[in-house]
Design a protein around this ligand. Structure first.
Ligand SMILES: Nc1nc2c(ncn2[C@@H]2O[C@H](COP(=O)(O)OP(=O)(O)O)[C@@H](O)[C@H]2O)c(=O)[nH]1
Ligand SMILES: [Mg+2]
Ligand SMILES: [Zn+2]
Length: 292
């Protein structure tokens, strides 16, 4: 006897129940086979196959992931919408690490400045300056509903994930987007703000794409690469690299380093360069602890 099976995407996880949006357009609350839970976690964003057993939907298979992020755990993300805001004060080291992680996982980073209603144009420009040549930057205010249509362009046809510190306004932005979609196509409903939303990830549909709200990334370490490889994840450094004296230049102590010269000339932001050195050291330190 052939059992009915459906393809779908995990859009929500609450303890051991997985909400799967299946290709038939319906959502099913499914259990997962024990072997799958043993093999590793199932993430929000995972593409799965469900079967039906005695009336229960059961996740039978998890398809290979294109990529994944940890803390929070999400899978198959096309683009990360990295939110910074006037408040809380931007943690640029964290932002740079999120960007590196995006490149490592093949995820397109987009930098969003929210709460623009509280900031001056100059403050926004200063924050964007080191990035705007290689990363798309968008000015937003969830409060004033500013920039939402532009944000929609990054969501359309994609699976996107909000990232950034806590309290920058990720959920507010998502709510503003859902509101807008509700008005235009009557599709989506507002997020119910629960008390227990911190560890929670859920996918919402808007602008013809999937949006993951997350609790944000509070800390992050880059452990999957060697420090010498870090340079590949700095598109703003790469164009100078050919002019460094050494092919293997890591742009630190080496003589005749074109990247350091660009920092001196003010073409590369000093602060961003300093954070590069800090991240380099952090990876180095991690490797040392691993092998000593
Ligand atoms: N002034 C202003 N406040 C905002 C804006 N967006 C969010 N907030 C406020 O910032 C706080 C944190 O927002 P929330 O969406 O919960 O942040 P999250 O932790 O990143 O999801 C709340 O008090 C919001 O009302 C904005 O565009 N302007
Ligand atoms: Mg939130
Ligand atoms: Zn160099």
């Amino acid at each position: 006897m052939k059992t009915k099976s459906l393809d779908g995407k995990v859009v929500k996880i609450v303890s051991n129940r997985y909400t799967v949006r299946a290709d038939d357009g319906k959502e099913y609350r499914a259990y997962a086979r024990g072997k799958l839970r043993l093999q590793g976690d199932i993430y929000v964003g995972d593409n799965v196959k469900i079967v039906f057993e005695r009336g229960d939907a059961v996740i039978d298979m998890v398809k290979p992931r294109i990529n994944q992020l940890v803390r929070p755990f999400v899978a198959n993300v096309d683009s990360a919408l990295i939110v910074v805001a006037k408040e809380p004060e931007p943690d640029m080291l964290l932002i740079d690490k999120i960007i590196i992680n995006c490149y490592l996982e093949g995820i397109k980073p987009v930098l969003l400045y929210n709460k623009a209603d509280l900031a001056t144009e100059e403050e926004i420009e200063t924050l964007f300056a080191p990035y705007k040549e290689h990363i798309d930057c968008v000015v937003l205010s969830a409060l004033e509903k500013r920039g939402l249509e532009e944000l929609g362009k990054y969501i359309e046809g994609n699976v996107v994930c909000f990232a950034g510190q806590s309290a920058v306004g990720k959920t507010s932005l998502l709510n503003a987007i859902l509101d807008l979609n509700l008005k235009t196509d009557g599709l989506s409903a507002k997020i119910k703000r629960g008390k227990n939303t911190t560890r929670h990830v859920e996918i919402y549909q808007a602008f013809g794409g999937d949006v993951m709200d997350t609790c944000g990334f509070s800390m992050l370490s880059i452990v999957s690469i060697n420090p010498e490889e870090l340079i590949y994840y700095y598109p703003d450094f790469i164009k100078y690299q050919d002019d460094c004296r050494f092919k293997s230049c890591t742009h630190r102590e080496e003589p005749d380093c074109a990247v350091k010269q660009a920092v001196e000339r003010g073409e590369i932001s000093k602060a961003r360069y300093q954070r590069y050195l800090d991240i380099y050291e952090e990876i180095n330190e991690h490797k040392r602890r691993l092998y000593d």
